[in-house]
Design a protein around this ligand. Structure first.
Ligand SMILES: C[S@@+](CC[C@H](N)C(=O)[O-])C[C@H]1O[C@@H](n2cnc3c(N)ncnc32)[C@H](O)[C@@H]1O
Length: 257
């Protein structure tokens, strides 16, 4: 009788698990062009974009936002840590006759100095601790030109935690299953999740454990100040109105160097 492996191969922010899945049945994790277009007037106003800007889209995935910037004539570079997403981004971008430089990299390790006037995150701003966040914000601060701006969306932990516990699964290909389980960790203010990929064809199974912190708006402000940002605004998510912590489920942050 065959002995089945009962070990899962460990993976970090799990490309073995999520690339194939995101590019297929979970492609809803990438914002579709109509969604991007709908919010573009907000980005242009909140970031006071000009054609002289040099934009870094951090965690660009398959590049929907980078292409929206490029289509309007804003110089942009896309960065992601997934080679598979970047290959897809390049393909779509060429098909649309646009030219964008995509770079493979981890934004937590980026070493740019005064290179970009805008650093833009959409659905891609993740951190595991307050210290990790401050160190990421410091890197962003260093990478920005004087008066440069960072943009990201943040969830409001008091509403976010109501979405947990969460359990879900999908069959991403015949005999390949992805299971997701996540719960709220009140002590550490964040979501703790496990993803399993069970591949009954190859018997190669993968496990990815992760933690994403979601700080309260006041704690987030302290981190922005600790990283050197003097000026910041918390908008309702992708809208030019002020964020209200009591009832909004998330917010858009624009911080200026
Ligand atoms: C939910 S997707 C969003 C992609 C894109 N911004 C969009 O909305 O279509 C999150 C992306 O962030 C990327 N990512 C996560 N952590 C990253 C890191 N440390 N450095 C670079 N990219 C990262 C992932 O590979 C993934 O492509």
């Amino acid at each position: 009788m065959d002995v089945l492996p009962n070990e899962f191969l460990r993976t970090d922010f799990g490309h073995e698990i999520y690339d194939e899945w995101y590019l297929g049945s979970a492609s809803y994790n990438f914002d579709p062009p109509a969604f991007v277009e709908r919010h573009f007037p907000f980005y242009e106003k909140a970031l006071s974009l000009s054609k002289d800007d040099k934009i870094l889209e951090a965690g660009c995935g398959t590049g929907s936002y980078a292409r929206a910037f490029a289509r309007r004539g804003y110089p942009v570079i896309g960065m992601d840590l997934s080679p598979n997403f970047l290959a897809e981004a390049e393909k779509i971008t060429q098909r649309q006759n646009l030219e964008i430089e995509f770079i493979l990299g981890d934004y937590n390790k980026m070493g740019f100095e005064e290179e970009f006037s805008v650093i833009f995150f959409e659905g891609s701003f993740f951190y595991q601790s307050k210290e990790g966040l401050v160190s990421l914000l410091k890197r962003i601060h260093t990478a920005l030109t004087p008066k440069g701006k960072v943009y990201f969306v943040h969830s409001n932990p008091s509403t976010r935690k109501q979405q947990f516990p969460m359990v879900d699964w999908s069959e991403i290909q015949e005999n390949v299953f992805v299971l997701q389980k996540a719960e709220w960790d009140e002590g550490n203010q964040g979501e703790r999740g496990t993803w399993l990929k069970i591949d009954l064809r190859t018997q190669q199974h993968y496990r990815c454990d992760f933690f994403n912190q979601h700080l309260r708006p006041d704690a987030l402000k302290n981190c922005l100040v600790a990283a050197g940002f003097m000026d910041f605004h918390f908008y309702k998510k992708r809208r030019l109105e002020d964020f209200h912590p009591e009832n909004d489920d998330g917010f858009s942050v624009v911080a200026t160097k």
